[in-house]
Design a protein around this ligand. Structure first.
Ligand SMILES: [Zn+2]
Length: 324
């Protein structure tokens, strides 16, 4: 690189004027008693301001080109948002997961850190650019992908230049579990940390959908009498958003959305549904209402709609909140 190109790069990176850069070069030469050339001084200044001149840029995938199923991924990205780790138990084993939203100007993607990897959060700050190695990707069920670290994977701070993204850790306009009040309707973003594995299916009337009573005559609907039952599903568990946790009930469509099945598929797993769903530790956007469960005298979040977390939408939310 010739001196002129180098100076232009310093101007770009430092936002100093040409004059100021020339002055800096001069004073660096003086400081070193004129032992170095103008070019040498420029290189020292470039290095001081973190210009990445000497390492060859590796070819990396841009976020918008990342798909699921990539086995060995290196990636430069800016940390857009860091989420609190969520703790849960899976198959009797304690587990934890923390999500980090990454951006690079081409798109956004979620990186999830599991179990021991959660301690890597200490190394991360919002806005920081990182160089990730030894990662792989998994499909999420929305046609996007998420990044995970392999056992030998990791990351370090990088001075690669990437467009600024939203670096705010401000709360989204979503509600926190710790703030919920009885009878309020809310939208939450939370992780399912527990599912109670009690018989999730129940009999409903094929005509009106109401719950059937089992009598000596068979399954009876209050309106339609004895009918041959259809089935519906209810799931209950605990969700956590880092501010608190709460018992939660998913009825019918909400339960099916949660497990990403239709009722016929779910019924195929009538006796082993919980072995065939993968919900624990996953984050969802949940709409619903806080209700008092009279029988157990506790409040529950009764979910009316379930959506997967959409990284793009999350950032749109954040940005619009920051604007207001
Ligand atoms: Zn009926």
């Amino acid at each position: 690189m010739d001196t002129e190109t180098l100076i232009q790069k310093i101007i770009e990176k430092s936002k100093l004027s040409r004059e100021e850069v020339d002055k800096k070069i001069e004073s660096k030469q003086k400081e070193l008693s004129g032992l170095i050339s103008k070019e040498g001084a420029a290189y020292i200044i470039a290095k001081d301001i973190g210009l990445d001149l000497f390492t060859k840029k590796k070819r990396r995938l841009q976020i918008r080109n990342i798909i699921g199923g990539i086995r060995n991924l290196d990636l430069n990205a800016r940390v857009s948002k860091i989420f609190q780790p969520i703790h849960f138990e899976k198959n009797g084993k304690k587990s934890q997961v923390a999500n980090v939203l990454l951006s690079d100007g081409s798109g956004l993607i979620r990186m999830s850190l599991w179990d021991d990897q959660v301690k890597l959060l200490e190394k991360l700050k919002p806005g920081m650019v990182i160089d990730i190695h030894g990662a792989y990707t998994k499909d999420d069920s929305r046609g996007g992908a998420e990044v995970r670290l392999s056992r030998r994977g990791g990351f370090k701070e990088s001075d690669v230049e990437l467009p600024k993204a939203d670096t705010s850790q401000a709360k989204s306009e979503r509600n926190n579990i710790s703030d919920l009040k009885e009878n309020g309707t809310y939208e939450l973003r939370a992780t399912v940390v527990q599912l109670f594995e009690s018989g999730p299916f129940y009999e409903i009337c094929p005509d009106c959908g109401s719950r059937l009573k089992r009598t000596v005559k068979g399954f009876e609907c209050q309106t339609h009498g004895v009918v041959s039952p259809s089935f519906s599903i209810v799931l209950s568990g605990v969700i956590d958003d880092g501010t608190g946790n709460m018992r939660t009930v998913f009825f019918r469509d909400a339960a099916l959305k949660l497990i990403n099945m239709n009722i016929d598929t779910a019924l195929r797993y009538m006796n082993n549904l919980f072995e065939n769903i993968d919900v624990l530790g996953k984050e969802f956007v949940l709409s619903g209402r806080v209700k008092k469960n009279q029988m157990f005298n506790r409040t529950e979040f009764v979910v009316s709609d379930v959506r997967e977390v959409d990284a793009k939408e999350e950032v749109k939310n954040l940005v619009s909140q920051l604007k207001t």
